[in-house]
Write a protein that binds this ligand. Structure first.
Ligand code: GLC
Ligand code: CA
Length: 580
């Protein structure tokens, strides 16, 4: 946990609960009756495009992306063929963690605009048939939220129990790890009331006390506020941390069951059921939790339609396969196949390999050298859009954007990284190695402003961008790629359309082929008598695949080379989708 590699993407690693206890859950889910996997739903058919508002488009020259910027680009978003947008938090926030520290859940962050701008943006999306999923950040609030100000003011304040306090006369509270704290300590001493408060993330992000029914009612009322505005769903940030053992027992040293003490507490499912009764059952909202529990069984229980909790969750096993020095395709295939089989009959999956907490898709899972960047980016997007489950695509990955690769600490904004750097400085760690790894792994790699065109500041802003623009924007930008029929962007549009035109890609059964092939990922999708075959070479060399299927009569639906392979030999990073 304290290792520098894990630290820069610490969120991810703490959330990857699922590696251990998978097998028993597999069996259980196979036995359950076949009810919901094939039930059709708009959120199963959604292709989710994630917009990082700070970096998407600046409309007023202050260097920060904003809501009017997004509204001005709705036609571009529509042109991708996607039908759902997930927007990172846009609520009022002092911005220590770029909006993941909310100070007022019913207002818009000043830098991003006004509620009027929000309404305009939402209307513009709906006019184009695009749904909007908002980020709901309720494991913690900002320490600038009125609740917290009240809560810390005195021990008898009515808001005291909105957060987790530990009175100092009880001694030091049992250690809890903090993801973003300079000292990794999740308890912050506050002399005002001689007590410690809990913050799993930074000191500016105190954890809300979900045991308190008033807190839960506040959250439902916030959800109702946005649902009544007509939004279409919530992505529940860091949600499984909300349910925790609030007696805060000592965690055994080297305890295997760290997570048992830390998250996914005994009442997680009670909270979700209550939230479902109060909100989700009353609106046509999509719900997706960040984090999918400790095991496939946890994940399954969160999203089994019969249990009335959530539609989807997303686990971190897939993204965690990539390490700084590469990854094993066999492991990747294994993770995705295992997850698919656990949800084959009930429940529903999310498919993703990148987001605002990860380095860039093509840099981590493909090859960002000039020779292979385009072809490998197309291959990866083919993968994301031909799997069963709802795909999430992070803005810029449709262009094949690459890591920023910053080399200086001053270039970074990420609070997790900056605090860890300070920690390393305090403890005499290897700062050079730390920065080298950060250049590959840190999440700011994917947060650089969106390159709209080859003009100054990539057409993102007329001012000074809040985070440096990737220097390769002159070649990798939306305008240039729009004009090039063979660009990543135009390929992305094709593969989204392929999914839309072929429900088999949404609902069809997934079967892994040539399982032990270390280079090629091959699978079929089958639904209502239709069968597609997907072949993906994940390597920079030609590779042979052995599926046992005669391709002579197969029809090529899409490929990332001008002349797609007609035999079992694939060129570097080749992707082909056949109809059998
Ligand atoms: C989630 C978000 C991440 C944020 C953290 C704290 O993991 O995706 O960006 O820093 O929660 O809210
Ligand atoms: Ca702006």
């Amino acid at each position: 946990m304290n290792h520098p590699i894990t630290r820069s993407t610490a969120v991810l690693f703490l959330l990857l609960f699922a590696l251990n206890a998978c097998k028993q859950a597999d069996n259980k889910s196979q036995n359950q009756k076949n009810t919901s996997a094939a039930d059709q739903n708009w959120w199963k058919e959604a292709v989710v495009y994630q917009i990082y508002p700070r970096s998407f488009k600046d409309s007023n020259g202050d260097g920060v992306g904003d809501l009017n910027g997004i509204t001005s680009k709705l036609d571009y978003i529509k042109s991708l063929g996607i039908n759902t947008v997930w927007l990172n938090p846009v609520y009022s926030s002092p911005n220590t963690d770029n909006g993941y520290d909310v100070s007022d859940y019913r207002n818009i962050m000043k830098e991003f605009g006004t509620m009027g701008d929000f309404d305009k943006m939402l209307k513009g999306m709906h006019e184009r048939g695009i749904k909007l999923v908002m980020d709901l950040v309720v494991n913690h609030s900002s320490n600038q939220h009125e609740w917290f100000k009240q809560s810390r003011s005195s021990r008898s304040n009515p808001y005291r129990n909105y957060y987790h306090w530990w009175n100092a006369e009880r001694g030091k509270p049992p250690y809890r790890y903090s993801l973003f704290d300079v000292n990794h300590d999740a308890w912050k001493y506050d002399s005002l009331t001689n007590a410690y408060y809990l913050h799993y993330f930074s000191v500016q992000q105190p954890d809300l006390n979900w045991e308190n029914p008033k807190v839960r009612q506040e959250v439902y009322s916030i959800m109702k506020f946005w649902a009544d505005k007509g939004i279409d769903g919530f992505r529940m940030d860091a949600y499984q941390f909300a349910a925790k053992d609030t007696t805060f027992p000592k965690i055994p040293v080297n305890g295997q069951n760290f997570m048992k003490y830390y998250a996914i507490g005994p009442h997680l499912h009670d909270y979700l059921k209550e939230m479902n009764r109060e909100i989700y059952s009353k609106y046509n909202l999509m719900s997706v939790a960040e984090g999918a529990g400790n095991s496939l069984q946890d994940a399954h229980d969160m999203v089994d339609a019969d249990r009335h909790e959530l539609n989807m969750a997303y686990a971190f096993d897939g993204v965690s396969v990539a390490k700084a020095n590469g990854y094993s395709l066999l492991e990747l295939k294994n993770v995705f196949s295992r997850w698919d089989s656990a949800f084959a009959k009930k429940g529903w999956l999310s498919i993703f390999l990148a987001n605002h907490d990860q380095a860039r898709l093509v840099s981590r899972f493909g090859n960002d050298s000039p020779e292979f960047r385009e072809v490998s980016s197309k291959m990866l997007n083919t993968f994301l859009l031909t799997m069963r489950g709802t795909p999430y695509v992070y803005n810029g990955d449709e262009l094949g954007m690459t890591n920023a690769g910053f080399t200086k600490i001053e270039d970074y904004n990420d609070i997790a990284l900056r605090n860890e750097y300070q920690h390393m400085e305090n403890t005499g760690g290897d700062l050079k190695q730390f920065l080298q790894l950060a250049g590959k792994e840190n999440r700011d790699n994917s947060r650089t402003p969106f390159p709209w065109n080859g003009s100054a500041n990539a057409g993102f802003t007329t001012g000074t961008p809040w985070l440096k623009i990737n220097p390769n924007y002159k070649t990798i930008n939306a305008s240039a790629e729009d004009k090039d029929p063979n660009s990543c962007l135009n390929y992305f549009r094709k593969v989204v359309k392929l999914r839309k035109d072929n429900p088999v890609l949404v609902y069809g059964k997934y079967t892994l082929l040539d399982k032990s092939n270390p280079n090629v990922y091959a699978y079929t999708r089958e639904y209502n008598g239709k069968k597609l075959l997907v072949l993906l070479n994940f390597k920079n060399k030609a590779a042979v695949v052995n599926t046992g299927i005669d391709l002579a009569k197969a029809k090529v639906l899409l490929g990332n080379y001008a002349e797609p392979a007609q035999d079992a030999k694939l060129r570097p990073y080749e992707a082909v989708v056949y109809q059998l």
